[in-house]
Design a protein around this ligand. Sequence first.
Ligand code: URA
Length: 238
Amino acid sequence: MERLDKIVSIGAGASRSDARKLILRGKVQVNGGLVRDIAFKVDPNKDEICLSGEKIFYKKHIYLIMNKPKGVLTATEDKKKQTVIDLIPAELFRKDLFPVGRLDKDTTGMLIITNDGDFAHQLLSPNKKVPKKYLVQLDGEVKPEIVEKFREGLTLADGTVLLSATLEILSDTTTAIVTITEGKYHQIKRMFGLFDLGVNELKRISFAGLNLPESLSEGEVRELTVNELECINNAKKT
Ligand code: URA
């Protein structure tokens, strides 16, 4: 059960204090009856809550997919720079949204944004080994010997021991697809750095078994479909 002022605030996109004013002014009905108690308990999945006669829709959790563009910070707020949260259109925006994991400022591609802490925690938990796939454009040729080294598990320059990763070298030999199941700071860049290869372009093309949809252009955000969410939920079960 949830407080009525919270549901009206989220459902109507109003601040908590404005939601309280609306309730106190008699604008809110629960299951057809006027309720002026801001702390009245409702079940948002069962009770019908109307504001000025219009049903309000409330979802406790929201799951968004973004194709992150370059130059945007994976953070909830920043005084100077644009963040991924700033790119969310008003109709999808909630104050409690946050990105699941992070991509560097110059990395593009798939990012999940949610307000569901448990969901995020499970996806980021190291023992769930959720796969993340990156398309990497390098400043030199990737030698086939490296594939086996990635598979065996690399040790980064600071001594961090990494789990086995999959490296697929594409036909132009300076482009590769890497799949990792953890998320250390600048991991991909540091992995290639061990072989004196610099990363020119990095794009996350898949996360938790879900591929970045081709229809989602850079900077675009939308809600995950039920099927997409199911696919991600399956990845964190294993
Ligand atoms: N590895 C990196 O180096 N950067 C990212 O943004 C993601 C993985």
